[in-house]
Design a protein around this ligand. Structure first.
Ligand SMILES: C[S@@+](CC[C@H](N)C(=O)[O-])C[C@H]1O[C@@H](n2cnc3c(N)ncnc32)[C@H](O)[C@@H]1O
Length: 346
């Protein structure tokens, strides 16, 4: 017989597994997670933290070619439910009861910046399309991008857990590409490692905004984080090209030959970055000033920033011509109670 005491002592990771076994959580990755009741917040936090720590240790073991530790940590990760259990814990953290997904903040900023939300349009069949783009496959994008709002702007979301995040209403299908290492919604989210996702050959297939919310901190090594920022920046270079084309087409289409660029459109290309707040408020190796130096050096300007007790949100506009400096792991804030989050740019 299992006593209440022993139930309480059970490890959070195994508790998640037993929920899965008991059918409280669906076993298949294709199941919809949003309909499941969220995990208790303490349990999801513990799961997320434990997954990050194990991932980081695994990455170190791989670098050191320490086969025993690699086997031990790989088995630990899989017995605690692996990436999928971690993702489910993250989805719980995004439930509306806990404030919703982080892109709510991006939407607030779009509103502040006067970025127009797509309106419901009549499709060729005469049916009204909804803001998720259903019945709107003939997306009637204008080439100028001003009178049609964001209709020819495209979103790339890295590390996406849900196809119904708040920002998606601004980028109806097919204007968005959602991806994750493990897709919880295979019909809508690509199973794809962003680091192996090439910049599209044609600028028309590129992206005007990239969302990287709570992904950079998932990358286990400081140089891996720098590489991710650099890879995002190569998409941004192409997005600048998209912008130039758009402006050119604007001036060609304009009867009085004046460029009618709208104020809001100068926010693009852009990157939405979200990190756990302690990554920049309590790290030995990364401060907000250092992050800003890194971003400026890659060609970005900060447009918006919000610090909450748990998270820090940024909207960076890409302007290009960065000095492309290198950044080492340098101690900026000494102190015993700080974390070691760092970004190395090589
Ligand atoms: C904490 S979740 C963040 C989810 C969501 N964006 C949010 O803001 O809550 C981190 C996600 O990033 C994904 N991820 C990490 N590295 C990635 C990569 N290289 N390519 C695609 N997805 C990645 C992980 O699989 C995980 O699902």
């Amino acid at each position: 017989m299992t006593s209440t005491k022993s139930k309480k002592k059970r490890k959070p990771t195994s508790s998640l597994l037993s929920r899965r076994k008991n059918g409280h959580l669906p076993p298949s990755s294709s199941s919809t997670t949003t309909t499941n009741p969220p995990l208790p917040s303490k349990l999801s936090r513990t799961l997320i933290r434990s997954h990050h720590t194990t991932q980081k240790r695994l990455s170190q073991a791989i670098q050191q070619n320490d086969t025993t530790t690699i086997a031990e940590l790989t088995s630990k990760l899989s017995s605690s439910g692996g990436l999928e259990a971690y993702q489910r814990a993250s989805v719980s953290g995004q439930s509306s009861k806990r404030g919703g997904d982080s892109s709510k903040i991006l939407v607030d900023w779009f509103i502040e910046l006067g970025i127009p939300k797509p309106t419901h349009k009549k499709s060729h069949s005469g049916k009204n399309s909804n803001s998720n783009g259903d019945n709107n496959n003939n997306n009637s994008s204008s080439s100028d991008g001003s009178d049609e709002g964001l209709s020819n702007y495209r979103l790339l979301e890295i590390g996406c857990l849900s196809p119904t995040n708040t920002i998606h209403s601004y980028f109806p299908k097919p204007q968005r590409t959602l991806m994750d290492l493990n897709s919880l919604h295979p019909d809508e989210i690509l199973k794809q490692d962003f680091m192996k996702f090439p910049v599209p050959q044609l600028a028309d297939d590129g992206y005007d905004i990239i969302s990287c919310s709570l992904v950079l901190n998932y990358v286990p090594t400081p140089s891996g984080r720098g590489d991710m920022l650099k890879h995002i920046t190569s998409f941004m270079e192409q997005a600048l090209e998209r912008r130039r084309k758009r402006l050119k087409s604007l001036s060609n289409n304009s009867t009085n030959k004046e460029t009618t660029e709208t104020d809001w459109s100068s926010t693009f290309p852009a990157m939405f970055l979200v990190l756990p707040a302690p990554c920049v408020t309590n790290s030995r190796y990364l401060t907000e000033d250092r992050l800003q130096e890194i971003m400026i050096s890659m060609g970005y300007e900060m447009v918006r920033r919000k610090l909450s007790p748990k998270l820090v949100y940024y909207l960076w506009k890409f302007v290009g011509n960065g000095s492309r400096k290198k950044f080492k792991k340098t101690e900026l804030l000494p102190g015993g109670k700080r974390n070691n989050f760092a970004i190395i740019v090589e």
